[in-house]
Design a protein. Structure first.
Ligand SMILES: *[C@@H]1O[C@H](CO)[C@@H](O)[C@H](O)[C@H]1NC(C)=O
Ligand SMILES: *[C@@H]1O[C@H](CO)[C@@H](O)[C@H](O)[C@H]1NC(C)=O
Ligand SMILES: *[C@@H]1O[C@H](CO)[C@@H](O)[C@H](O)[C@H]1NC(C)=O
Ligand SMILES: *[C@@H]1O[C@H](CO)[C@@H](O)[C@H](O)[C@H]1NC(C)=O
Length: 483
């Protein structure tokens, strides 16, 4: 009997041991599978457009728009040059990264402004110059919608970091910048209406941080931007056509009469932010505040923006809770509590992230509190020790590698861990900012100090299906949503 119980124990106890080991394995520690290997050339953009895998297929519950990078060859703004044999957007990195910092400055200044609001200064705050800055021209990702009757196509930057949708309008009283489609002319549309100054829709504009005014009892607003330029817009309503079957009458938008040159290319902006003037709220009856998108891996391939549920593979989506924000704030904020590099939790106290982390489609490079960034950088350098570092060409990218003598590279996985337990791995294309094969940089940077909140930029969102279930108070992710 003793033999049998010993035998039984041998089996059961080892079984238990395995269980204990398996349980311990869920604790983060370095594992081989937390390093990934990719071909270097898969990180570099091709020069030709790949055909869209997600077209304008529609069902009743959703509407799908194609997303392209502003500077890629899929975009109408791309001036193809016969002699160009290099990557798609090489010339634009300096411009993109400079505008990116201007956008981040304006997000931080707006958040800071809201945080400092107390009952004593609140009334004074509303008289401050407009700071709807959030719409600096970085955006980068473009969708095409139609406005008016007859419907005119307009390519707009889609932006989860701002609320008001606007486009340039005739007659350009001040200045209009160059755009690829004809500038919208409201006098040629039978469905255009101006908004009276006394309506709630007009009055609410001031709560969004834009400066509202009146001309001939018509509602106008002035939007100021982080770089000190501004635009003057007539607040109007129009028929908005997303797809032939998804048409919205009386959509509130800005008709820009005087626009500075910072949006060069696109016809304006599609605001997907959280306040009730955004397209998400204005189409809530149809889509129930549900949208998703996938930002393509390179500027040469298309992604999508989908309004409403539908579109399959939703069971692969894992969600995390959306934090509440202050009134009139457009931003989607998540509760990041940890970052893992190569499967190991970085030694950062959760309090470093206590200012919250915004997820933004318009910011390019992810911003982290300096304490978090230096830990991330140190772990990344360690894991990438076998590759030659090279001096960064752009100030905000300080960790760059020369991959020109490598066919494949192995890099550590990087994941965001959220307060409610979700661990989300980034795609390879969401870790590196590729300037060229000998300038492949870690696509993260640091804020000025730890008091500024983090921002998950659009590089880190690449190829992920990002799902906004605003009514359900959550944001979800699924891998490999688009090419
Ligand atoms: C948004 O909310 C404000 C105040 O809560 C209200 O006055 C306004 O009519 C709402 N706008 C829309 C478009 O629903
Ligand atoms: C806008 O684009 C036009 C035409 O492509 C160009 O001539 C002009 O310099 C650009 N302006 C800015 C501010 O980038
Ligand atoms: C990158 O590495 C290659 C091969 O080692 C070398 O020839 C080239 O000069 C390096 N480029 C830079 C910018 O350092
Ligand atoms: C974030 O998550 C942590 C851990 O679950 C929790 O203690 C904290 O209260 C959360 N913060 C917010 C703002 O939800």
């Amino acid at each position: 009997m003793g033999f049998f119980s010993a035998f039984l124990c041998l089996i059961l106890c080892s079984f238990e041991n395995e269980f204990a080991l398996a349980a311990r394995d869920t604790k983060p520690h370095p594992l081989p599978h937390t390093t990934h290997t990719v071909e270097v050339k898969s990180l570099l953009p091709p020069t030709t457009c790949s055909p869209s895998t997600k077209g304008h297929n529609n069902n009743k519950a959703s509407s799908v728009l194609k997303v392209v990078h502003k500077h890629g060859p899929c975009s109408k703004f791309h001036k193809s040059s016969k002699t160009s044999t290099t990557t798609c957007d090489e010339k634009y990195h300096a411009q993109i990264l400079k505008q990116d910092q201007a956008r981040v400055n304006s997000i931080h200044s707006r958040l800071n402004h809201n945080n400092n609001k107390d009952p004593l200064t609140q009334s004074a705050a509303t008289t401050l110059p407009a700071k709807s800055g959030d719409v600096i021209g970085s955006g980068n990702y473009i969708v095409t919608v139609s406005l008016g009757t007859p419907a005119k196509q307009l390519s707009l930057i889609f932006d989860t970091g701002s609320d008001l949708t606007w486009t340039q309008c005739r007659p350009c009283l001040g200045s209009c910048y160059t755009q690829s489609e004809p500038i919208f002319d409201p006098s040629l549309s039978t469905s255009y209406k101006t908004i009276s100054c006394t309506t709630a829709a007009c009055i609410q504009l001031s709560s969004l941080g834009v400066k509202q005014s009146c001309f001939d009892s018509t509602c106008l607003y002035t939007a100021g931007y982080g770089d000190m330029s501004f635009s003057i817009e007539v607040f109007g309503s129009e028929k908005l056509t997303l797809t032939p079957t998804d048409v919205f009458d009386g959509f509130l938008f800005g008709c820009g009469l005087d626009n500075e040159g910072f949006f060069n290319g696109s016809a304006g902006l599609l605001g997907l932010g959280r306040s009730n003037i955004s397209i998400v709220e204005q189409t809530a009856n149809k889509y129930n505040r549900f949208f998703s998108y996938c930002l393509p891996s390179t500027s040469c391939s298309p992604g999508y923006l989908r309004f409403g549920k539908g579109g399959g593979s939703s069971n692969a989506v894992k969600f995390t809770t959306l934090s509440t924000v202050s009134q009139g704030d457009p931003y989607y904020s998540l509760n990041v509590t940890e970052i893992n590099v190569g499967g190991t939790k970085l030694p950062i106290s959760a309090s470093v992230f206590s200012r919250g982390t915004i997820i933004d489609s318009g910011t390019v490079i992810t911003r982290l509190p300096p304490t978090a960034y230096s830990a991330l950088r140190a772990a990344f350098l360690q894991a990438m020790m076998s590759y030659p570092l090279t001096e960064g060409v752009f100030d905000i990218l300080d960790t760059c590698y020369n991959f020109s003598s490598f066919k494949t590279v192995s890099y550590p996985s990087i994941s965001f861990v959220f307060g409610d337990g979700l661990t989300q791995d980034l795609d390879a294309t969401g870790i590196f900012y590729v300037v060229s094969v000998d300038q492949v940089c870690l696509a993260f940077t640091e804020n000025k100090d730890d008091s500024q909140g983090g921002i998950i930029g659009n590089v880190q969102q690449k190829r992920l299906k990002v799902v906004y279930d605003v009514a359900g108070g959550r944001v979800g992710f699924a891998p490999a949503g688009c090419p």
